[in-house]
Ligand binder design. Sequence first.
Ligand code: GLV
Ligand code: MN
Ligand code: MN
Ligand code: MN
Length: 425
Amino acid sequence: MAFEEMWEALRPIGRGDGGGYRRFSWTAADRECRDWFAQEARSRGLALDQDRNGNLLAWWDVEPEPGPGAADMVAGAASIAAGGITGDPMAGRMRRDAVLTGSHLDSVPDGGAYDGPLGVVSALAAIDLLRERGVSPRRPLGVAVFAEEEGARFGVACLGSRLVTGAIDPARARGLRDADGVTWAAAMEAQGYDPELIGPDPDLLSINCYVELHVEQGRALNAPVGVASAIWPHGRWRFDFTGEGNHAGTTLLGDRRDPMLPFARTVLAARDAAEHNDAVATMGKVRITPNGVNAIPSSVQAWLDARAPSEAAVRATVARTLSAAEEAAGWDGVEVALTEESYTEVVEFHTALRDRLAKTLGDPPVLPTGAGHDAGILSAHVPTAMLFVRNPTGVSHAPSEYASPEDCHAGVVALADVLEELACR
Ligand code: GLV
Ligand code: MN
Ligand code: MN
Ligand code: MN
């Protein structure tokens, strides 16, 4: 199957010495992934398009019935000519009644190979399989590559799908900054996009459904393929601890306003709060200023990721962590502020669509997840479902993330079955 060839072509892009991926939006690795996708779409005769928000789309359009005027029935025109971008604000608008699949190609820092790419590669391989089966779509079948799903560079996860659905204010998105202070607007402009055009596509509401295949990211699936029921509510919060920079050798302990101390206590408090609320909480990113071995830091920024089956548990986890942070900051004369950077409500996938997938696939396991996905953002607007492929070790967002070739193959077959059912009948 072309799956293996696609996988091999994608494998080296953005891969570090330790085997982890750094495919951050609008970087050279991201460009290479996009070029790879464009090439795969073109080689299949799919109409390649990109929307105003940095998302890519490849369309298998409905073939016109033979007869006079048939050529006019082919919907939409590919807007990417030899890698260039048209300034056409209509470019990349969704097709009416489309069945959309896909995922993302960006990664977390030192992420695995499967989170995102598995859904994109499987979508293309499923199209190959449908063609082998001799079936063709009766409604447009699209493969989407959503931009900045991980939020690894600009901080807000699922930024491409949030923009296209109107879940984030375009002005806020334009101003999001990476660690070097580069804005989303500047980064996309450097790639030929007009950042003033970003924002929702009303035609998204006219699509038939979205089905995303993704590697399962924990140890919850004990079959090759499963169907998602729900995504836990989750969010990202930033703590700003502000103290006083000073000399590590000459500043007496009692004279210090060291922001590292309340930060350290906050990490422990987040763990305690999560245990208390049957939630999960992670502090995986920290920025220390000035970050010198012989200097007491002047400030610490630290990010909290909190998730739980219920919103109440997420909120309680954050509140408990904050009150511990405030108390600890007070002990050391440090100021602390909390900012909610993003929050995603609980997602219950479309019941009828989910049941249809389960029936098509012979009743595989149905399971919720604590991982966020573009499907979660789209589900507030269009019927949405997800397929998961087994993760035998349960590791994700790390270089050792894995799914077996057999399970990947089962995922392609399942996705093809589902797309045949939804788009070709
Ligand atoms: C993205 O994969 C997330 O769940 O954070
Ligand atoms: Mn991820
Ligand atoms: Mn993902
Ligand atoms: Mn994700």
